[in-house]
Design a protein around this ligand. Structure first.
Ligand code: ATP
Ligand code: MG
Length: 234
């Protein structure tokens, strides 16, 4: 299976001027030659400005959702400078849902299609802001303390992790968490996420005669690029 490899997918966002990148299959070529040489980079997937989050979900993420229901862990990690489109791609909005709501919808479809299997699903949503871990599902803004449970493995003490049974319930928790998330504005993004956020779905499943299988789907937003000061963070 190729889901045991780390895959790097690049998505170009629409720009006001002309893009300096050309997409050829899974290769990006800069139209600005450096010392007479074209700059070319290859990835596991390259998506141009016209691409949709749905296309990216179907091609790369759906297989992680399916695998999670069979007991395998998966992580989706978005990285890029402010305004690059991390929130747009992972979270999206009503009109253009990101990969997170699509994964949730698929998970509930899988549950419906497997009436002989019992699933127990829990969700959590945290942000890391100024080195503090905050629970986005909690109305209080108290910092969560990290505890090392086994060597190198940390747990946030007191994290709220409700059991969910309906898709609408998960979407509502996500909406409440988004509302509590720290946002500010940069020169490149009026609604800039100021924190790293991790939305986690834990799935346990059991069918008659088989052992309990447990998987955690991690969907993570990672905000901000190390060179962000250049782009106007106060
Ligand atoms: N592929 C795209 N197609 C259309 N609009 C996009 C695309 N990518 C980003 N945008 C728009 O650009 C703006 C900035 O995107 P977004 O908020 O997702 O950036 P971000 O990477 O999360 O930035 P930050 O680190 O500041 O939170 C938003 O208005 C978003 O809707
Ligand atoms: Mg963002």
């Amino acid at each position: 299976m190729d889901i045991d490899k780390v895959k790097v997918i690049v998505r170009l966002r629409p720009e006001s001027g002309r893009s300096i990148w050309e997409v050829n299959g899974n290769t990006l070529t800069s139209t600005r030659a450096v010392q007479g040489k074209a700059t070319r980079f290859s990835f596991d997937g390259v998506y141009d400005e016209k691409s949709t989050s749905e296309e990216i979900y179907e091609a790369h993420i759906k297989r992680l959702t399916d695998a999670a229901c069979q007991g395998l862990n998966g992580t989706v990690f978005a990285y890029g400078q402010t305004g690059a489109g991390k929130t747009h791609t992972i979270r999206g909005d009503e009109a253009t849902p990101g990969i997170m709501p699509q994964a949730i919808s698929d998970l509930f479809d899988i549950i419906k299609r497997n009436p002989d299997t019992q699933f127990l699903m829990r969700v959590s949503y945290v942000e890391i802001y100024n080195e503090e871990v905050r629970d986005l599902l909690s109305p209080s803004t108290v910092e969560l303390k990290l505890r090392e449970v086994t060597k190198g493995c940390f747990q946030a003490a007191g994290l709220i992790e409700p059991v969910v049974t309906l898709e609408a319930e998960v979407l509502e928790l996500m909406r409440q968490g988004d509302h509590r998330r720290s946002v500010g504005s940069t020169l490149m993004n009026a609604q800039s996420s100021r924190s790293h956020a991790i939305f986690r779905i834990s799935i346990e499943s059991t069918s008659s005669g088989s052992a309990l299988s447990r998987a955690r789907v991690w969907l993570a937003f990672v905000a901000r690029h190390s060179h962000v000061l250049v782009y106007g963070l106060p």
